[in-house]
Design a protein around this ligand. Sequence first.
Ligand code: PEP
Ligand code: MG
Length: 580
Amino acid sequence: MEIKRGVAVSPGIAIAEVFLLEAEGVRIPEHFISAGQVEREVQRLETAMEQALGELEALARRVSDAAGATIAEIFSAHAGMLRDQYFREEFFERIRTKKYAAEFAVSRTMRQWRKVFQEDSFLATRVPDLDDLERRLLRSLLGAKREELGTLKSEVILVAHDLAPSQTASVDTERVKGIVIEGGGPTSHTAIIARALGIPAVVGVGSVTAELSGGDMVIVDGSQGLVIVEPDEETLESYRKRRSVSMQSGLILMEELRDQPAETMDGRRVHIMANIEFPREVPGAVEHGAEGIGLYRTEFLYLASDEPPTEREHFEAYMEAIRQLGGRPMIIRTLDLGADKFGGVHDVAVERNPFLGRRSIRYCLDHPEILRDQLRAILRVSVHGDVRVMFPLISSVDEVLQVRRMLDDLCEEFEQQGEDYDRDLQVGIMVEVPSAAVCAEMLAQHVDFFSIGTNDLIQYTIAIDRANEHVSDMYRPLHPAVLRLIKMTVDAAHDQGIEVGLCGEMASEVAYAILLLGLGIDHLSAWPAVILPQLKKAIRSVRYEDARALSEKIVNIQDADEATRIVMEFNKNVLPGLFP
Ligand code: PEP
Ligand code: MG
């Protein structure tokens, strides 16, 4: 038995045999052709494009049924590129004038487009789509049957160096029980789509494809970020038990707790909210008892098109979500592009240090027209429900003042045009940069709420790239520095009379719920929906006083492993059903 540690990106337990997806290095047999072969090559490429279009349309239909229209639009976007006359001519030009073989023309053209895309921080996020399209065309040209994950015969754990967005979105969820990826981080396309499909997944595991063989038995613990290879009988049994306990208790808990408040035994009320990427996730969240949406990651609107979303597209997506929320609150986070979004291991950001670069709110402040369109849409929907706006990656008071000014100007415009909007629109910020946590007491004077983004807060505090598999085992939510910054943020917010939520992945770990409660968090916003009843259960099983005592002890523990041990011990005592 061997235990490999990675980054937990999609919770749950899966046990099955490995299906190894080989790296798709494609060898191109010949590069150049003679003049007499030009028309034949053009014809071959036309046929390959037609075949690829047929595949993409079929995939879009299948995925639309399984995962919703927004994800399916990835394929429609690929098909759109293939139909684009300018794009097509580039390929044919190379065959006609440079006498390239069709495969070589495809690979050269794509290489050139990749360069163009990489030079633009918005387009750079679409490079994995180009790669995906290139592989599809080459496979079709070379006649090799593309490994379609949708046609698997038995239940498997999919192990790969990396998965293209379309591969992840097209997996057969009946057969693919878990996903293990060598590279990447929690915000790669793969991670996000795996979560949306409800498949347990661990990424950033390191060189597993060389070490595993098809047919090896593995356990994927998508909650702890573990991959257990050839588990012994005892481990297998314990995981089987945990899996069935969690499935059964999930259903029972959902029924039992859906309408119960998340309130401790001594009366401290917190709120359990859901994170979403797509409006279609709202009904599932509500069914599982979500009291609202604590984080709507709007950058996924970009998946649908190569252009930034228009005000109307923003508006329609938010309205779709609001209509299904029945008056519950929804926190819309403004666009948070850049760095690892959406590049994953394909990340090709042109900045030397993209995590410290022009990402997120910085990008939006540099492109105010993009932010304005989004804010206008938010103001418009604000009269249709309990809508709140939240700005990501704030690192100084000055940034808050800038975005508030922009919002004030837009409100002024609305007033002048006689358009209705919520005059009490709540404005919040994410605390996910250490400088914001340290200056929380200053920032709290300018906003209505905080939400702590532990995914980024942890990476910036411990200096651990959240998307880098080489340091993923150092990514420790219970590092005392992280916990102290959370506490500092909560205390500053409460001193100023504002609420503070937590919407990073840490909130989706039931094991941390009581600790976070003890640190004073007012709402936890988590995903996937099945976690929500468990979070409620945790809150309802403890006294606030005891949770506080636990958190006071844990912030003083020097070693994160020791802190984890103590927290787990506490959980086992108060929540034996969830932590057997
Ligand atoms: C976070 O950083 O914790 C967060 C919720 O934002 P994202 O994961 O989208 O960067
Ligand atoms: Mg973040």
